[in-house]
Design a protein around this ligand. Sequence first.
Ligand code: G6P
Length: 367
Amino acid sequence: APVEKGNYRHYMQKEIFEQPIVVAQTLQTYVRPFEGEVALPDADLDLAKVDRVTIVACGTSFYAGLVAKYWIEQFARVPVDIDVASEFRYRQPVLEPGGLALFISQSGETADTLAALRHARDEQQRIAVVVNVPTSSMAREADLLLPTHAGPEIGVASTKAFTCQLAVLAALAANLARAKGRLSREEEIDIVAHLQEAPAALNAALGHDDDIAAMAYLIAPARDVLYLGRGPDYPMALEGALKLKEISYIHAEGYAAGEMKHGPIALIDEAVPVIVIAPSGPLFEKTVSNMQEVRARGGKIVLISDAKGIAEAGEGCMATIEMPEVHPLIAPLVYAVPVQLLAYHVAVLKGTDVDQPRNLAKSVTVE
Ligand code: G6P
């Protein structure tokens, strides 16, 4: 049966709002909440023997991979390389036999990612695949198949597949950490508890849809927009910028907050809104000090944080977007929502074709 839009105006909007349910659905495969355990589907692959992980993907799936790098290195202490597929294919990467190559793709058909997978297999890598289409080419060629259960994604700009990828990747990082003897029982129980909090937190984030719709007019006239984030939330800055480019056709760039002073700060004036992604947590003060550098130069800031962060740093911002207070592990999932919604509402204001943006394809099956 064809997927219907129901009461939503666009598929993308519907898919954004499905996230609490599809993330919960996806987590069911990867956590055992009563046992307090993370789990992976059966595969003939010994994670304890994995000494290096190579992540390859394109587009939004690549940003999920960037978050996974932070998680895998933090939890499992296994070194991670990451590349966009079009670079990986042709740069002659050094791959030691026995390494784990991890491919992330909504469609499982992206030509560059599929070619990279085949190259990695030829180089004796074990192949793990995070994919939303279980019948896809990549799914068929995996040693370890890690499905996302986002359901069919129709909007060209990926949303719900992305947060489901993050859920799977968090569980993979925890599984790898356990296999490597890096995860205590207490830590595992904690990770499971935080992952289980994600659907409700996504729901709470979606509860701010009206606020975001009401401030989208501040961004719609801009020619350029900057997104800043740190640590595992830095890829959310990249994703926020990508979403805005894709569907509203506004030029946007995501930057690591601390890197801004090495270039993009030269762009700051009152015409360039700066979206700052800064959940409370270990990196909050650092991100806020980068935000103050923007303010000192007359920059107009939209701060996305929780009530605590907004109370501390919201003064003087052009706008604030409040998120629920969440554990840093699930912050990337939760903070994906406001950047998706902001891009969506700006695009609606501009009257673009949200579900079928010009020049873009849902799945790029040619090189
Ligand atoms: C296209 C889509 C993006 C997607 C990317 C990777 O560019 O427009 O939304 O992130 O392909 O697709 P994949 O199916 O491999 O995740």
